[in-house]
Structures are given as structure tokens and as C-alpha cells.
Design a protein around this ligand. Sequence first.
Ligand code: NI
Length: 180
Amino acid sequence: MAVRPIVKMGTPSLFEKSAPWPMNKFNTPELHALLADMKDSMVAANGAGLAAPQIGENVRVVIFEVGNNPRYPNREHIPFTVLINPELTPMGSEQVDDWEGCLSVPGMRGLVPRYPTLRYAGFDQFGNRIDRTVGGFHARVVQHEVDHLDGVLYPMRIRDMSKFGFTEVLFPELAGVDDE
Ligand code: NI
């Protein structure tokens, strides 16, 4: 268990499609060790979520949790979730814009379109099936993290590049919590 360096935008591996986690490797020391490192790294950086490629492991494993997070104050809380080999099914075709940040893009925020409601399915670390329908920030965080597994970073989804900038300029009240 260790805090590992967060891989930052510009690193080629962040733009690769990650491999499925092998179905015969659930509830293994290897998976538990990966998840422990991911959680330690996410918590140390005040992340709302983390995808395995962000610590240099290109496998389809994400985690997320939102409590009282200084990088995302006044957001609804999301229970700690391990989601492996996820499948997303948006509800409806309309997307809504809201602000996002990313530990791989430190010190920046951007306005990103996402589906406001979606169903997500996959597995937890023990191989138990997860199937949830969620909305709001929970839906946004899931889409952001799963994008990492397909080599997509949120700046690639911004429609209006005038709505992409430095946290200290866009959200002065968050200055200092959003850079590493
Ligand atoms: Ni991210």
C-alpha cells in the first residue's frame, strides 16, 4: 500500500485503451494491492475518483468516493465504489455541462458535457456484480473515470475552450487545493 505518483496529461499511456481485468483474477492479492495503492493515491490528492491508468496501470479498474472533499465542496456525497470492467448505458441522449477537474490535469478546470443520468454495471473487487442507475455528480464522476479507461481526458470533451482554465482564475476559492 502506497501513495503512487499520478500520471499527468502528456504521458502517452493516458491516451491508450486499457485492458479488461481478467475474470479469474478477482479477490486476488494482486487486485487488492492495486486497489490499496489507488485508494491511498486518491485520498492523498483529494481526488473524487481515480482510474488505474492514472497510477500507470492500464487495466479497466476505477474507484470513486465523494465525502467532504475540499476540491469539490458542496457536491453530493458518493459512497466509496470499486468498479471493474464497467459498462455505461446513458439514459436519454441529452448532455448537460458542468465543471470538472482531474488529478492528471492539475490546477485546471473545464466545462464538460455529460449524460445527467446513466446506468452503470461492472464488478467489485470480489467479482460481485454491480448494477446502479445514478444521476447528478455521481453520474458525472463515473463517466469521467471510465473515460480514462478509453484514453479520454476531460479536456478532449470540452466544447467551448473559453470554459477551460486555471482553477485559481475560474474558482479562486479553490486555489491551493487543486494543484499538487
Ligand atoms: Ni481524471
